[in-house]
Design a protein around this ligand. Structure first.
Ligand code: F6P
Length: 363
């Protein structure tokens, strides 16, 4: 056991994910009860190390009641890399390196180690700090579930509940109105949320970044349902990161569409090509907010406890992750920058196809 540790810090960085508070609670309780450490909560990601005025001690009392709460009690930001921080000076944007200041502040606040809870970007910064000598342990989070080092990230399961519920709701209104419903979901460059929730919600078409599609194929599926199956409605789940084909079904080039707009662009093309009434729902940040599911609460708690255990064993520069049902530590350098995407040949995709779901890649 590393007897040198007396005080640790914890910060949450990047976009939030349901379960962040459960990690903090697990970490704080283990640190205080099992190891007798003090825990300092650093506010708003690494910003709190640059401007530590709002950092505060986290006690058993301060984590009471936070298990079911969404968001993070510490606040977060997905801007602001201390190694290249953009600030405005005399009306000009300038990039500054605040990393030395962060190292100093960590010392000033007497923190012997730091637990960083974040996605790939945040954990990459944590790794840079580790190389400067900071004793860091990482905890992965993202609703996108696209980190390869861990079998699953907390937040993903909660997002699936939200999206599946939305698909169920859209199902009944689509059927009543004989409409096509397009549902755009998050996931960045990976199709995990779209694929799992589309499968769970009984979608008819799922579009993911990993499988190229055409508008013709999507429309053919919609028409087939009408003509052959006498089903006058269809549900199309679109991952926000899909790559649009070069041209739409009428041969016109697609306009550029960013996440948040891509569902609309595809819906417009379907409407033009099939003539069917088509509506769009962009679920957006609803997928990230609110109370974590029981699965995410348990996983996040286990991550928080294991982060404390790694510190106690002096295993710094590591990230906790789930492997074969166990929580283990892996070196940060192995964990960061390696994304996990959907394998189009996986049994998951095969299962979706087998139950009649189209990926828009085949007529
Ligand atoms: O990575 C999580 C995520 O929610 C993505 O699915 C999404 O593209 C992105 O963050 C949205 O980020 P922001 O909070 O900056 O809108």
């Amino acid at each position: 056991m590393s007897s040198n540790v007396r005080t640790i810090g914890v910060s949450t960085g990047g976009g939030d994910a349901p379960g962040l508070n459960a990690v903090i609670r697990g970490l704080v309780r283990t640190s205080i009860n099992d190891y007798g450490w003090r825990v300092i909560g650093i506010t708003n990601g690494f910003d709190g190390l640059i401007w530590p005025e709002h950092c505060r001690e986290l006690t058993d009392d301060s984590v009471r009641g936070i298990l079911p709460r969404g968001g993070t009690i510490l606040g977060t930001t997905n801007r602001g890399n201390p190694f290249a921080y953009v600030v405005e000076e005399a009306g000009q944007k300038v990039t500054k390196d605040f990393s030395a200041l962060c190292m100093d502040n960590l010392k000033r606040l007497k923190m012997d180690a730091l637990v960083v809870i974040g996605g790939d970007g945040t954990l990459s910064i944590a790794h840079q700090f580790h190389k400067l000598g900071m004793k860091v342990v990482g905890v992965p989070k993202t609703i996108d579930n696209d980190l390869s080092a861990t079998e699953v990230t907390f937040g993903f399961d909660t997002a699936l509940h939200v999206v599946t519920d939305a698909i169920d709701r859209l199902h009944t209104t689509a059927e009543s109105h004989h409409r096509v419903m397009v549902i755009e979901v998050m996931g960045r460059d990976a199709g995990w949320i779209a694929l799992h929730a589309g499968l769970a919600g009984g979608a008819h078409v799922i579009l993911i970044p990993e499988i190229p599609f055409t508008i013709e194929n999507i429309c053919e599926k919609i028409r087939d349902r009408e003509m052959l199956k006498k089903r006058s409605f269809s549900l199309v789940v679109v991952a926000e990161g899909v790559k649009l084909p070069e041209k739409d079904a009428l041969g016109k080039p697609f306009p550029d569409a960013k996440p948040g707009q891509i569902g609309n662009t595809i819906a417009f093309a379907i409407r033009e090509f099939t003539g069917k009434e088509t509506r769009v729902t962009v679920l957006g940040h609803i997928q990230r907010g609110g109370s974590p599911s029981p699965f995410d609460r348990v996983l996040a708690t286990r991550f928080g406890v294991q982060a404390a255990d790694l510190i106690a064993r002096g295993e710094f520069g590591k990230m906790v992750c789930l492997r074969c049902g166990n929580i283990v530590g892996v070196p940060l350098e192995e964990a960061i920058g390696v994304y996990k995407t959907v394998d189009p040949k996986s049994d998951l995709v095969r299962a979706a196809r087998a139950v009649g779901i189209s990926f828009g890649d085949q007529p």
